[in-house]
Write a protein that binds this ligand. Structure first.
Ligand SMILES: [Zn+2]
Ligand SMILES: [Zn+2]
Length: 304
């Protein structure tokens, strides 16, 4: 037996010390009949007559409710730890002696035995439910890993969204700058537009003046054209007269004598005509006296 083979005062290992302590405790929970086997009290029957006494619950027999003495044949249930006199639990003396000496046997009372059956059935149900729980745990772990993956993907997406948001922010800043530039240029254009409108107004006023001047010029031109027409008519008359005045004014002869070159293309004034007349008259007189080398024909003299 383990209790007999081991020496509690000289434990070889820590584990053995623990085991010995347990055995020592269990030994206390069983009757000490082996300590003094020749004593009459070891029969234990006398405790039945002591019912009604003030007995500590820890020392009460689970069946007869009397105090379990150290000298009684009694064992404590391993489960409920209640003492029982061996005769109520129908434990043979040989078994009892073996239990007291060896401590290797696990014993439980009748109540706990029925309870063990119930416990066994309950444990079966618990095992079934535990199996279901394990299955659900496995599926939940799979779900959790899936959720973790989704979270990782979501974090990646969040990073991408952050990057896109940063890009959008920089684009927004650039757009703000551009909008400000456009506003500035619009203001400048409005100033230029005002200047252009003012210049346009000035130019329109100038244009009105120019139109008025043009109208006046046209009127002047018409007047000048009228004057030119009159002068041209006068010139034609003068030229006709000058052709007539190529003849000698005194005799009416036509001579081929020298013509005053300057007179030919120039508008002949009265003074010039007078000079021409004088010259022609002289030439014609020279011809009449036979002193002119030019020839004359026609006229009054020829007719005489
Ligand atoms: Zn009893
Ligand atoms: Zn029990």
């Amino acid at each position: 037996m383990a209790a007999n083979n081991s020496n509690p005062n000289n434990p070889t290992t820590n584990d053995e010390a623990v085991i010995n302590e347990v055995i020592k405790t269990k030994t206390k929970r069983r009757g000490r009949r082996a300590a003094d086997p020749n004593k009459e009290d070891n029969k234990g029957d006398s405790n039945v007559n002591k019912q009604g006494q003030d007995v500590n619950v820890d020392d009460q027999c689970g069946n007869c409710k009397s105090k379990v003495k150290d000298t009684d044949k009694a064992v404590a249930c391993e489960i409920c730890e209640v003492w029982f006199h061996t005769k109520y639990e129908e434990i043979p003396d040989e078994v009892y002696e073996f239990m007291v000496k060896g401590n290797q046997l696990f014993w439980c009372c009748t109540h706990c035995r029925f309870g063990c059956v119930k416990l066994h059935n309950r444990m079966g149900k618990i095992e079934k439910s535990q199996t279901e729980i394990v299955k659900r745990q496995v599926s939940l772990e799979a779900m959790v890993s899936g959720v973790k993956e989704e979270i990782c993907k979501g974090q990646d997406r969040n990073k991408e969204i952050d990057q896109q948001q940063n890009q959008l922010s920089s684009m927004q800043q650039a757009l703000s700058h551009t909008v400000q530039e456009v506003k500035d240029s619009l203001m400048a254009n409005q100033g230029t537009h005002k200047e252009l409108e003012e210049r346009l107004g000035h130019m329109e006023a100038k244009s009105v003046k120019v139109c008025e001047t043009v109208e006046k010029n046209e009127e002047n031109t018409q007047e000048l054209q009228g004057k030119v027409g009159v002068l041209e008519a006068k010139m034609l008359n003068v030229e006709e007269k000058s052709v007539q005045h190529d003849n000698c004014p005194e005799h009416g002869r036509v001579g081929n004598g020298p013509q005053p070159v300057a007179v030919g293309a120039v508008l002949r004034t009265d003074t010039v005509l007078t000079e021409i007349y004088d010259m022609k008259r002289r030439e014609c007189n020279l011809y009449e006296r036979g002193e002119s080398q030019s020839e004359w024909s026609g006229g009054e003299v020829e007719a005489e």
